[in-house]
Design a protein around this ligand. Structure first.
Ligand SMILES: NC(=O)CC(=O)C(=O)O
Length: 238
């Protein structure tokens, strides 16, 4: 499986990006690349134009090149951190309202995009749907990435006892939002098993579904939840 970062075909900024429909020129390239290389391709995310609105959408292609999943970012990054980053994604992007999973011969995968990783309930719902791997194409800024990028990757992995892959663009100091970089993969114990620096790189992480089972049987957090005290309900449209 190959994973690309958030906005992998476009600049990222409050309003400076290039949008297209799905299917479109970019997804045609992704489909061909998945087929040529016989891989599952999680094609990061792209600004999607649909029904007069823009979405931040991730597409997934199987090794035959078919589009098998499509997820639009659920949570807007609307933040104002003086001296750091001001971003109002809700001004331009419409939020998605579906959870999306896809099956591979190896494991079931749940999708989020970037800021979605900050909402533990989303990841928890994917556990309930049987996922062993969560994928987040991302574009964290240097301000928030230095504080939270690895922390959130490890936290979602440890509290859900599954693998989490967070994939970032390399850092480019000339762009309006400078990406943090440091793509990484954390395992169900919360350890980082693969990590890039901030420069361009390919990072390889081995996903072992048996290790997910082992950690969950040694420490059965899901069974130990107190449903008599609280619940997280899946009200997603699909
Ligand atoms: N770009 C994002 O959606 C997220 C981000 O930069 C952050 O959470 O920080």
């Amino acid at each position: 499986m190959v994973i690309l970062p958030e906005f992998c075909n476009s600049p990222n900024g409050n309003d400076a990006f290039y949008a297209e429909s799905i299917p479109g020129d970019s997804t045609a390239v992704y489909s061909q690349a998945a087929q040529d290389n016989k891989v599952f391709l999680v094609a990061g995310s792209i600004p999607e134009r649909k029904d007069g609105k823009l979405y931040n959408t991730s597409t997934v292609f199987n090794p035959e090149g078919s589009l098998i999943a499509k997820f639009s970012k659920v949570f807007h990054i609307d933040v104002d951190i003086p001296g750091g980053i001001t971003f109002q994604e809700s001004k331009t992007i419409t939020a998605g309202d579906n959870l999306v999973t896809f099956d591979t011969p190896y494991c079931k995968v749940g999708l989020g995009v970037c800021y979605d990783i900050r909402f533990p309930e989303l990841a928890k719902l994917y556990v309930d749907r049987g996922c062993q791997l969560l994928i987040f194409p991302t574009f964290f800024s240097v301000t928030t990435g230095s504080a939270h990028f690895e922390l959130l990757t490890r936290a979602r992995a440890a509290d859900n006892q599954l693998y989490v892959a967070t994939v970032s663009p390399a850092r480019d100091e000339t762009t309006s939002v400078v990406a943090w970089g440091y793509s990484c993969v954390a395992d169900p114990w919360g350890e980082v098993i693969a990590k890039a620096g901030h420069e361009e790189a390919i990072v390889y992480g081995d996903i072992d579904p048996d290790f997910v089972k082992k950690i969950r049987s040694q420490m059965p957090l899901t069974k130990q939840r107190r449903a008599d005290m609280y619940t997280v309900m899946d009200l997603s449209n699909n």
